[in-house]
Design a protein around this ligand. Structure first.
Ligand SMILES: Nc1ncnc2c1ncn2[C@@H]1O[C@H](COP(=O)(O)OP(=O)(O)OP(=O)(O)O)[C@@H](O)[C@H]1O
Ligand SMILES: Cc1ncsc1CCO
Ligand SMILES: [Mg+2]
Length: 265
């Protein structure tokens, strides 16, 4: 493994600091994302109103923005928060849920991309479309393999000088120069709504602690999900028991389990 900083060390650091993360996420994700953050050891705050989102971004260690259930009011909050995070030198992560589905989402995503996210985390169909290609996504669900999205991810990372994370059966992370694959997890994960949205929030927690290393921090967040997903799947009987077992696995996770999930190139 050529990682300068092992993922296990990032999880230990993140838990020790329990960073405050401003998560602007969708109505579907808010509850599970907050519980995922608490189980993993971070401190989430779901603050999105335009009247306060910018002020809060100055207090939080990092910001995450997810466009899953969009409205004009929410866009105003997102843009205020992203601008304030940039002004305060805090990193922020974008989750462009189904951005290809409507003109409203496309426009919002274009303007958010202009506000320089440090990290973009999405499924394969979303990454392909963000790079100008045509994927097989259906609403919020991916219809493409991660492998098919890898070149799009590299292109996006170079164009936007961002870390790009594509999730699916095997995850791919790139900063345009380096790349990594993260193995593990479970086929039950896409059967539970908003786990990807929750992962974007967790990326925020890791990058809040190591804003100097967004590539490694993103890998560590994805490795945390992969290791906890593998563990939860061992005794799960279906999506329902997987969901609570996943929270328990996140809380009990041994950081040493992360490193075996990551291969770098
Ligand atoms: N077939 C699979 N096998 C193993 N892990 C998977 C599989 N599909 C997804 N995952 C894992 O599930 C998590 C969420 O990724 P996914 O790509 O499903 O996000 P998403 O499509 O944005 O989800 P959502 O929009 O519902 O929040 C990631 O940790 C990913 O590695
Ligand atoms: C189901 C759903 N619809 C809008 S956002 C969301 C959560 C998964 O992306
Ligand atoms: Mg998603």
């Amino acid at each position: 493994m050529t990682n300068t900083i092992p993922a296990s060390r990032f999880l230990t650091q993140m838990r020790a600091r329990a960073p405050l993360v401003q998560c602007i996420t969708n109505y579907v994700a808010m509850n599970i994302a907050a519980n995922v953050m608490l189980a993993a050891g971070a401190s989430p705050a779901m603050v999105h109103a335009p009247e306060e989102a910018g002020e809060f971004a100055g207090i939080a260690g990092a910001l995450t923005i997810n466009i899953g259930t969009l409205s004009t009011q929410w866009i105003a909050g997102m843009e205020a928060a992203a601008k304030a995070a940039n002004a305060a030198g805090k990193p922020w992560a974008l989750d462009p849920v189904a951005h290809y589905a409507t003109g409203f989402r496309r426009d919002a995503t274009r303007s958010l991309m202009g506000l320089k996210p440090a990290i973009i985390r999405a499924n394969a169909s979303e990454i392909i479309a963000l790079a100008g290609g045509t994927g097989a996504g259906k609403g919020v669900d991916s219809g493409d393999s991660v492998e098919f999205a890898e070149q799009s991810a590299i292109l996006l990372a170079r164009q936007h000088r961002a870390v790009v994370a594509v999730t699916g059966e095997v995850d791919f992370v790139t900063d345009g120069l380096r790349s990594a694959h993260i193995h593990g997890g479970s086929a039950l994960m896409p059967k539970i709504t908003a786990l990807g949205c929750s992962l974007t929030c967790l990326v925020g927690a890791f990058v809040a602690v190591r804003p100097d290393a967004p590539f490694d921090a993103t890998i560590a967040a994805l490795a945390t999900f992969a290791a906890a997903g593998t563990e939860a799947a061992k005794l799960a009987e279906g999506p329902g028991s997987f969901q609570w077992r996943f929270l328990d696995a996140l809380a009990a996770l041994d950081p040493a389990a992360l490193d075996a999930t990551v291969t770098t190139a």
